[in-house]
Design a protein around this ligand. Structure first.
Ligand SMILES: *Cc1c(COP(=O)(O)O)cnc(C)c1O
Length: 353
């Protein structure tokens, strides 16, 4: 498995190469002029009073799109997952989650810190699934020795992998049959839907709640949504308020998310095509082992402990990526084929030297 370092490397300053190709994350996109215009024109109100028409419309739209009763606009995916954890679970409850899942590994342990929840991490398989046998074995009996196992969390896409549809049906059925509820971290759900050629709600229908990000491949500057039943979302609203996520004229941001849903979903196919172009350009190079991408993330293991040196070389050529022992490249709205070819050329140059 390739280790992932989240975008902690800063973009180069004014002295850098003529063109920067920023492949660190799909979160680096800038709002398009049309998105900014949608933000400018949005009718606004105080959302803590429930008065922002743009937020209300977005929440209804995303809930409908994903097949849920209700939704809540969130400042970030991390807060959205946290609100889901705390809305589903009480103090001393346990959630089953992948060892390499975002809502276990990369969210500061928020469920434990703010909710007194016990995470039960399970090995994340190379395809992003948790083995059914591991899930079954981790569900504790009702006995005072154990935390109460309450929730199963899955992630789709995971590291750019689309979870197999049959697996999702089986894992959620297993959870339900043992009295658990289920949450999907769908930060890149729309990438999974576009790559699978199915409506997003096909991928969410087995879950009790889903979190989606507008600020990843969809290109909005800020924002996520948590979807679930009316009752769950009412509890999540209370948690969001406690976490400081009650925002006022936030229709300004909801308008960007709404614009993204209208204009930036189908085009995720372009990002996936660019990821394949990059993977093909890197495949077969000596010292590099490329994983064929499902969506917009490309991983390449670098042999001989040369990952840091390769990243530094790329940066000197204006190409930004992340990684510890392997490279991670992410395609998005603000990269094009020319940028990908610059990245391929820079990697080849390093490996040929
Ligand atoms: C980015 C991401 C999140 C968190 O989103 P933020 O908006 O950065 O807090 C959650 N889960 C996954 C899988 C992500 O990729």
């Amino acid at each position: 498995m390739t280790a992932v370092a989240y975008g902690t490397q800063a973009a180069p300053g004014a002295q850098g190469p003529a063109r920067t190709v920023d492949l660190r994350s799909d979160t680096v996109t800038r709002p398009t002029p049309a998105m900014r215009e949608a933000m400018r024109a949005a009718p606004l109100g105080d959302d803590v009073f429930g008065d922002d028409p743009t937020v209300n419309a977005l929440q209804e739209r995303i809930a409908g799109l994903l097949g849920f009763e209700a939704a809540l606009f969130m400042p970030s995916g991390t807060q959205s997952n946290l609100c889901a954890l705390l809305a589903h679970c009480g103090r001393g409850d346990e959630y089953l989650v992948g060892q390499m899942a975002h809502c276990y590994r990369y969210e500061g342990g928020g469920g434990a810190v703010f909710g007194s929840l016990q995470p039960q991490p399970l090995p994340t398989q190379p395809d992003g699934t948790l083995a059914l046998a591991d899930i079954a074995a981790a569900i504790k009996p009702d006995d005072p020795h154990f935390a109460r196992t309450r929730l199963l969390c899955l992630e789709n896409t995971w590291n750019g992998h689309v979870l197999p549809a049959a697996y999702v049906a089986q894992a959620t059925e297993l959870a339900r049959s043992r009295g658990l509820v289920t949450h999907l971290d769908g930060a890149r759900l729309f990438n999974a839907a576009v790559a699978s050629g199915v409506p997003a709600r096909e991928l969410t229908r087995h879950f009790d709640s889903v979190s989606v990000c507008f600020s990843k491949g969809l290109g909005a500057p800020i924002g996520s949504a948590l979807c679930g039943s009316r009752e769950l979302i009412a509890r999540a609203r209370r948690v969001r308020k406690m976490a400081g996520g009650g925002m006022r004229q936030v229709g300004l941001l909801a308008a960007a998310a709404d614009h993204a849903l209208t204009h930036h979903v189908d085009r995720l196919a372009d990002d996936h095509a660019l990821a394949r172009r990059l993977a093909e350009g890197l495949t077969g190079l000596p010292g590099l082992r490329v994983t064929p991408p499902h969506t917009n993330l490309v991983f390449a293991a670098v042999e001989g402990g040369r990952c840091a040196a390769l990243l530094a070389h790329l940066a000197s050529r204006g190409v930004l990526a992340t990684g510890l022992i392997g490279l991670r490249f992410v395609t998005h709205l603000d990269v094009d084929a020319e940028g990908i070819d610059i990245a391929i050329a820079a990697v080849r140059e390093f490996l040929a030297a």
